[in-house]
Write a protein that binds this ligand. Structure first.
Ligand code: ATP
Length: 214
């Protein structure tokens, strides 16, 4: 991809949203769109869109707009979605089960290949078509499953050791839902989803609104 090395992280963070909108346009059989129209739909300025998408070069044409399918595929490529990722979930509690049953991940190329827990009641249960495996025997299963991503949904006390174990077994990407920050070595990438933090931010905003209305 031309110019890919120059794409800033700020732009990369916006790409999933472009990808989502373009996917919706594609499924509505819309084949091309102007930056103005995309800007209206996404509530971003047209110049921001042009700037962002110019990073990949060659997709927008004056008077034509963007070819939806080409741009969708190019962004998918940059995000590494087109080859797919094998994923495991560690922690078959309420959140782990909900995520396992959430079909949208698979549609976006994140294939769930294993679910792990250490609780004997959970091990062997069938969740989303997979039998829960014993995480104490992770060495036995993970090399064969060969996942690149581990979704961590264990209590915070267990998160560090779970991360260490999956990293030692070659997993390079962690999606951490445990309510703690995990240190990872160079070469391993982590994204944290702290749902309570989002709720607290929302709570702050509501408080601000209340004060404004007083
Ligand atoms: P439930 O009530 O079904 O256990 P929960 O959402 O309240 O669900 P949590 O206490 O958040 O459960 O724990 C999430 C899951 O993580 C549980 O199924 C628990 O057995 C599992 N778990 C805890 N420690 C580990 C660990 N070290 N390795 C793997 N799984 C673990």
């Amino acid at each position: 991809m031309a110019n890919e090395k120059k794409i800033s992280f700020e732009v990369i963070k916006r790409l999933p949203r472009y990808y989502r909108y373009l996917g919706e346009l594609k499924s509505n059989n819309i084949t091309r769109i102007s930056s103005k129209e995309l800007s209206r739909r996404m509530n971003v300025t047209a110049s921001q869109i042009r700037q962002d998408l110019n990073c990949f070069g060659g997709f927008g044409q004056q008077g034509y707009g963007y070819n939806v399918e080409d741009l969708h595929e190019a962004i998918g490529d940059i995000l590494g979605l087109n080859n797919g990722h094998k994923t495991i979930i560690v922690g078959a509690g309420n959140l782990g089960r909900a995520l396992a049953n959430y079909k949208s991940f698979e549609k976006r190329g994140f294939k769930l290949v294993g679910i792990f827990d250490i609780n004997n009641i959970k091990i062997g249960q069938n969740i989303a078509g997979l039998d829960v495996l014993d995480f104490n025997e992770a060495e036995k299963y993970i090399p064969d499953l060969a996942p690149d991503i581990a979704i961590i949904t264990v209590p915070k006390e267990a998160a560090g050791s779970v991360a260490k174990k999956v990293i030692s077994l070659g997993i390079k990407g962690l999606l951490n839902f445990s309510y703690t920050d995990i240190d990872v070595p160079d070469g391993v990438e982590i994204e944290n989803v702290h749902l309570s933090d989002s709720l607290m931010t929302l709570s702050y905003k509501l408080e601000q609104q209340k004060k404004l209305n007083q």
